[in-house]
Design a protein around this ligand. Structure first.
Ligand SMILES: Cc1ncc(COP(=O)(O)O)c(C=O)c1O
Length: 513
């Protein structure tokens, strides 16, 4: 094992060891402010001790620590070490999650009204980044994995088509892997985007651990992308909100990026969060691939068990289909287990609740699936509890549960035809001022072709916005919405839950259609 070296963490420890008297913020002064008589009763005292220890490391920018926005000492060293470990030219620590990294990148890439090519099924931070930048998005529809009905990344051919249609685009911004741990190799995407001499940016929020074990998929950086955002807190032992932004090559303007990060992130970033990113990196350096052995073994053991048992609760299956519609070469994260109730009695939310009743808390659920994330510490004892929970749930005869059919079947061929027809959108403006004083009205969806939508239309599942406010409504979109509605899809936040009507912006006089 290599030595454990975390310079930022050590700077905080060394500072606390001096037992300094602080005449600076934060107001808890290394936790001293908590040492009140208030806590003298035993139960509270025990709890407050935990917090006190964290607060001892919660300092501000001092000569013995560093400044995130002008790093010259331990933060600089910690970021440089992270860049080396993750394979970047430069790495920035984030204290506002991948959310802050995605927004900062959009502000770096786009001036108001600039066009950027974006995958439609993105995290809301990317939509918010588009709004803050006032940019225009050309949306690409994701590919749908046929068997599971889950959305992945758009096809590389669509990226190429969009780049040919919109040569003015500033960049291509995609998400890989998805929440269910499905990803593709990015090299073909990088080749296409770089052939057009544009940067390719990847939201790799769920893949900070990739590349560090031969059983894990390759990381976006190792596939050659220009900038990557990773939620270290999701899959590495980092405190919540701790994330990483990596860049390589010369296509991203680093000065602009630093300015954007300074605009988006607090001028008083949390040092415990920063130190926990440093600790995660130091653990990877010290332990290497072995850091993931235990959890990979636990996940593999659990998979063997569930396949042998043949319980109603099963692991998500994906298609081996090799037709043109299949998502090519899908890679799965072995540390993400996606479960569903094959008997159809429990939808994903209900299955999640039942697991919780047996003490097992999942990362997320949708109308069909429950997603479990295995952390580096997940042991065979943990999976034993999960197995017991699944046995109990499968054995339960829960009469009050109504038989739930899957809400929609996105793999329906008519859906796919329409889905493809919407593959590359027109540029959709996210300029906030554009619609501020515009009046909207509701009209029949069937009459809405060519109008500009005033609402976001998001069927669930799969939870991907078909329409954003400001986007022109096409015949394919109308048919797609009508089909999904007929199949019983729910539309998140829609004023008309059946989507027979839609809100559109009324045209001003003289305005072209
Ligand atoms: C794909 C994706 N990107 C970005 C984010 C935002 O990450 P964070 O919570 O680190 O801000 C999430 C959060 O779940 C996500 O799923």
């Amino acid at each position: 094992m290599k030595p454990f070296f975390a310079p930022l963490f050590e700077a905080l420890i060394n500072h606390a060891r001096q037992e300094p008297v602080g005449f600076h913020v934060p107001g808890h002064h290394g936790g001293q402010a908590l040492k009140q008589e208030l806590w003298s009763d035993r139960a509270n005292h025990h709890l407050i001790e935990y917090f006190y220890k964290i607060m001892q490391l919660d300092v501000t920018e001092l000569s013995s620590t560093d400044d995130l926005h002008h790093p010259e000492a331990s933060i600089k060293e910690a970021q440089q070490l992270a860049a080396k470990t993750f394979g970047a030219d430069e790495t920035y620590f984030l204290v506002g999650g991948s959310t802050s990294g995605n927004i900062a990148l959009l502000l770096t890439l786009c001036e108001p009204d600039d066009v950027i090519i974006v995958q439609r099924n993105v995290h809301k931070s990317i939509i918010n980044g588009l709004k803050l930048a006032g940019a225009k998005a050309v949306f690409l529809s994701p590919q749908i994995e046929m068997h599971s009905g889950l959305a992945t990344i758009p096809a590389v051919q669509q990226v190429e088509e969009a780049l040919a249609l919109y040569p003015e685009a500033k960049a291509v911004f995609l998400s890989n892997p998805n929440y269910y741990g499905m990803s593709v190799k990015l090299e073909p995407y990088v080749d296409v985007v770089h052939r057009h001499n544009k940067p390719i940016i990847i939201d790799e929020a769920h893949g900070a651990h990739y590349r560090f074990h031969s059983s894990l998929p390759p990381s976006a950086l190792s596939e050659g992308v220009d900038a990557v955002v990773q939620s270290a807190h999701k899959t590495l032992p980092t405190l919540t909100m701790g994330a990483l932004l990596h860049v390589q090559g010369s296509r991203i303007q680093r000065d602009m990026l630093r300015q954007s990060l300074a605009m988006i992130q607090s001028s008083s970033p949390s040092f415990p969060i920063l130190a926990s990113i440093d600790i995660s990196r130091a653990m990877i350096d010290a332990l290497g691939a072995a850091m993931f052995d235990k959890s990979l073994k636990s996940a593999a053991g659990f998979r063997r068990w569930i396949h042998q048992q043949g319980t109603a609760v099963r692991e998500m299956e994906i298609s081996n289909n090799t037709t043109a519609d299949a998502v090519s070469d899908l890679l799965l994260d072995p540390l993400r287990v996606v479960l569903y109730d094959s008997s159809g009695k429990l939808n994903g939310y209900e299955l999640q609740k039942h697991l919780e009743q047996h003490g097992c808390f999942a990362e997320m659920a949708d109308s069909r699936y429950v997603v479990l994330v295995f952390g580096i510490q997940t042991s065979s004892q943990d999976t034993k509890r999960l197995q017991q929970a699944i046995e109990a749930i499968s054995g339960d005869r829960i009469e009050h549960i109504t038989l739930q059919k899957r809400d929609t079947d996105i793999s329906d061929p008519t859906n796919l035809t329409e889905h493809k027809a919407m593959a590359v959108s027109e540029p959709v403006s996210f300029a906030r001022a554009r619609f501020n004083n515009k009046k909207s009205e509701r009209i029949l969806l069937s009459n809405a072709e060519h109008h500009i939508s005033a609402e976001m239309v998001t069927p669930y599942p799969p939870g991907i916005a078909i329409l954003h406010p400001g986007e022109r409504i096409t015949a394919a979109m109308i048919a797609h919405i009508q089909n999904l509605s007929a199949m019983g899809a729910k539309f998140q936040g829609a004023a008309d839950p059946l989507m027979e009507t839609i809100s559109i912006y009324r045209k001003s006089e003289g305005e072209p259609t």
